[in-house]
Structure formats: C-alpha cells, structure tokens
Ligand binder design. Sequence first.
Ligand SMILES: *Cc1c(COP(=O)(O)O)cnc(C)c1O
Length: 296
Amino acid sequence: MYQTIIIKNKLLSIKREDLLHPYISGNKFRKLKYNIEEVKRLNKNTLLTFGGAYSNHILAVAAVGKEYGFKTIGIIRGEELVNNIENNPTLSKAKEFGMEFDFISRDNYRNKNDENFIATLKLKFGDFYLLPEGGTNLLAIKGCEEIVTSEDDAFDYICCAVGTGGTISGVINCSKHCQKVLGFPALKGDFLQEDIRKFANKENWELINDYHFGGYAKTTNELIDFMNEFYTQYQIPLDPIYTGKMVFGVFDLIKKNYFPENAKILILHTGGLQGINGMNLVLKNNNLTQIKYNAY
Ligand SMILES: *Cc1c(COP(=O)(O)O)cnc(C)c1O
C-alpha cells in the first residue's frame, strides 16, 4: 500500500511495509521470511536471538515463535532488566508470546558473535537456530529483495532507514541501476558502509549520515515534534528509532534542494511502531515531549 504526499512540488510516495503485521513489522517480516523456511527445513524447533530492551527484532522473533509454533529465546542486553519486564512494553509483549529471556551484562553482550559464547548458549539451551542481532544474514537480505518490486520502477530515489544495513542491501539488490538508494543510518558508525558493500550488488547508493540525532535510540524534541506534526498532517505514524529520523532527513533534504526538479521519491516505511510505547515511557521519565499517537 502506498500513500502519496506532495512537499514543495516533490511527489513523495510512502510504501507502508509497517502494515504487513502489527508485531512482525515491516522489514523484520521480510528478514524473517526465508529464515523461517530454513528453520522448518532443518527441522529445528527453537529460535535464539539477541537484542536490546526495546528491540523490534526481539518482538518480531517472539511473534514468529507464537505464530509458527517455535520456542524462542531472547538474549537481552542489560542485567538490570530482569526484574523490570512488566515496565517494558516490548519485553512484556515478547514474554506474552512465549519468549524466554536470558539477561546478560553489556560486557558479555559484546560476545554475541563469538563462537565460544554461542557454544555456551548451546550447552545452556540445547540446539537452536541462531538469528544474529537485528536478524541480518543472507536469508534476511533475500527477503528484503522483495520490498521493492517492478511497481516501483518509476521512482528516481528510494529512501530507507538503516540499522545493521541488511534491509538497504536487499533494497539495493532489487533496485534498478538508474535509481538511487539513499540510506539514513539511525546510529553513528563508519562500519556500515563496509557492511553494506559486502551484501550489495550495485553502487547506486549513498548513506546520509546527518540524521542519527545523537545515536541509536537517541531522540530530540525537534525529532518528536516533527513526528507529531507529520502524524497530524498525514495520519501516518512514524517510529522514533528509524523511520522518524529517515523521514525527517528526507524533508530536510527537500528543503535544502538536494533532489532535482520533478524527482520521484519513494520512502520505505519499515515499521517499528511497537517501539513507541517504550520510547514514551523514557520521554515521560525525562520530562520531554512525548509521541502523541499510539500504534497499538
Ligand atoms: C530494524 C529496523 C530497521 C533497520 O534494518 P536493518 O536491516 O538492520 O538496517 C529499519 N527500520 C525499522 C523500523 C526497523 O525496525
């Protein structure tokens, strides 16, 4: 489903991937699709993955477990959360979907890709299918290659929020050479460029690094105000971690005349709306402006 808006004579179409599923939302649905097929093919019954306390990926995996009958285990960054699940909307929901948690220290969490650490997890939990943090692997990228289709051939620009870079890699792979894919990283990090290059099959892309708002899961009043105004104007909810920053960036680039006259721009709404409740709790505790809409 697309929604089209016009800003300063520019046609902006928003592809509502967020509407695919309330909890397996947007790009997380795409990233999990072929992994689910692989888990079934391997006859495994447990998914194990990693994430932070408000992770869209964690909740998506929990929801997949519930829907497809897999056991799910979430290795969560931050030991302090163990007694605080009921105050965390993401983790509460994941628990409701049947996910089992293991809360580990931030130090220990850094071993998430380490073979020895994974081996200790196998001793603890038995055999499982491992999904990396954020869910990015080759099968995830294959799924993300289905986000942009031949229906989108007429667009000159495709704009996408970037976390690990898996989603944009799939988008690049299914884009046309004459299209330009713009990535808006939600975090600071020079490693992204290289990570994307590993998976992407073209060079028609660029990362715009000016709209991370201080880093991953950091926000400002300016960003929240923008999201609230955007919602009032277009009734489209954006999430504070990824799509809010990306759409803010696109609007700012339009203001700065970055795009040529008559450029047709596609914005991918990759979802993430489940994170609004958690972010609002953080904003409230810090006496900051809150997001005025609720996804669910
Ligand atoms: C996870 C996520 C992203 C980033 O996807 P990557 O493949 O990690 O780059 C973008 N938007 C939303 C809403 C997400 O949940």
